[in-house]
Design a protein around this ligand. Structure first.
Ligand code: DLL
Length: 448
């Protein structure tokens, strides 16, 4: 791991503090990266074939032989893996290593049915810490920083994932976890972290409590935020940057693949570098499963390339995004994921128009007189879906203005997103605040 200079954006200096930038890997020519990916892919397929009966059966049925997978066309014959596979083989049926050789387990509670359990060997945990350190470094964190980590600790991968990454970077971590917002604010003012990690919705809830307490977070030592675990719009980014006086960077990941640190923005803030030496990314049309051209939206499909305990083959993330392999001004060659706009299972079809909550968020956040907290309530009348947008008035706004605010929001949602909606303007504090992933949609439609 050598300290190197990347001059373009001046992010990376040739100093000791830059030691978590690995230029050999992060600026590897794309052809070399592809060769490395396919070499690692064959090993991953072999690991899955030898140790996970489901993967072997599916590969056999598709006529895939691990050692013969050499090109993107060969890759496309490898069968997909779905979240339901993990549920159907709960808890350990998809693991390629015996439980006795695991170092850690995490689980996602899931909104329906059983939890999804994921496992890691010591080497998997080690790679995860490296990738999260790489991500934090790309986002602007350095070894001499204090990092306030407000991702939830526990079975959720956010807390421990960011924690070990920050330690690996050489920083000092404040392991606050989520919740206890007043105490978080006191710790930020007293311990003077330069970097904060949290969900974007929780950091906004923190900013609000700080304002109520008369604390100006713009005067804190915070300069960098590394936010993820839920979709957030660029309007939300502006709001956070403005209210905290920081640069807000996007970090992506999912427990089935690893946890946070699968991809992260660099300080150019123009997409999240997906770490291609450890993951193979595809963007497919969710219906036809055909690859979509670069720059077009589709479902992100990820194959792990180095995971021992839980190799994932063409995992259907349901996350909707676009990618680009165009050079980034930071000099890194790894592709960029251009923000996750939502999950295909969060997509609402309102009178025939496909809508993601993040599209509505982009209209709401930053509008005059409303706070950046909202919920969408979806109901069905007859065969038609209806959406009620619950927004919250900023404190100090007179209730007489609520009707006009509602009309203004409905008008802009209609003209920018293309759907008709009802809008309910609530009093300050009435929309529930998150301490982790925000609940944006209350779907009251009858279950089919
Ligand atoms: O949310 C891991 C994580 C923790 C990522 C902390 C970033 C920071 P899961 O609980 O398994 O893992 O949820 C994964 O969250 O499939 C996306 O739908 C969503 N998600 C994660 N990061 C982003 C992001 C963690 N930056 C699911 N933008 C994923 C949009 C995100 N959605």
């Amino acid at each position: 791991m050598g300290a190197t200079t990347l001059t373009e954006v001046g992010v990376i200096q040739n100093t000791d503090a830059a030691k978590y930038f690995d230029s050999k890997v992060e600026t590897m020519p794309r052809e070399a990266l592809a060769a490395l990916q396919f070499e690692r892919l064959r090993k991953t397929l072999r690991n899955a074939w030898d140790n996970v009966p489901l993967h072997r059966q599916r590969m056999e049925a598709a006529g895939v032989v691990p050692e013969e997978v050499r090109t993107p066309d060969d890759l496309r014959r490898v069968p997909f893996t779905y979240k339901t596979d993990l549920r159907d083989h709960y808890p350990y049926g998809m693991f390629a290593r015996p439980v006795t050789s695991l170092a850690r387990l995490h689980a996602s509670s899931g909104t329906t049915g059983k939890a999804t359990v994921v496992g890691y060997t010591k080497a998997d945990i080690d790679n995860w810490a490296d990738l999260m350190a790489r991500s934090l470094h790309a986002a602007g964190a350095r070894c001499d920083d204090v990092i306030h980590n407000a991702y939830g600790y526990g079975l959720f991968t956010g807390g421990l994932g960011a924690h070990y990454g920050a330690e690996r970077l050489g920083a000092a971590v404040v392991p606050v976890s989520g919740g206890g917002t007043e105490r978080q604010i006191a710790l930020i003012m007293d311990l003077k972290p330069r970097v904060i990690c949290a969900t974007p919705s929780y950091v906004l809830a923190m900013a609000e409590v700080a304002e109520q307490l008369g604390v100006d977070l713009r005067k804190s030592a915070l300069e960098v935020g590394v936010f993820g675990a839920e979709p957030w719009s660029s309007a939300m980014r502006c709001e956070i940057e403005e209210r905290l006086g920081i640069k807000a960077m996007d970090v992506y990941g999912l427990s089935e693949i690893m946890g946070p640190g699968v991809a992260c923005e660099c300080t150019a803030q123009s997409g999240l570098h997906g770490w291609e030496d450890h993951f193979l990314f595809e963007v497919l049309d969710p219906e036809t499963q055909a690859p979509v051209p670069e720059g077009h939206a589709g479902e992100l499909v990820i194959t792990t390339l180095t995971k021992e305990a839980l190799p994932m083959l063409r995992y259907r993330t349901r996350d909707i995004t676009k990618i680009t392999t165009a050079p980034c001004e930071c000099g890194r060659t790894h592709l960029r994921i251009l923000r996750i706009t939502g999950r295909s299972d969060d997509m609402l079809i309102i009178r025939g128009v496909n809508v993601y909550p993040s599209q509505i968020e982009a209209v709401l956040v930053g509008r005059p007189m409303i706070a950046p907290h909202y919920q969408l309530v979806v109901t069905r009348e007859g065969t038609l879906d209806q959406v009620l947008i619950e927004v919250e008035a900023q404190s100090g706004v007179a209730p007489e203005a609520f009707a006009a605010i509602g009309r203004d929001v409905a008008h802009h949602v209609k003209s920018l997103v293309g759907i008709s909606s009802q809008v309910a303007v609530k009093l300050p504090g009435e929309i529930p605040r998150s301490q982790g992933k925000a609940v944006r949609v209350r779907d009251l439609r009858p279950k089919e």
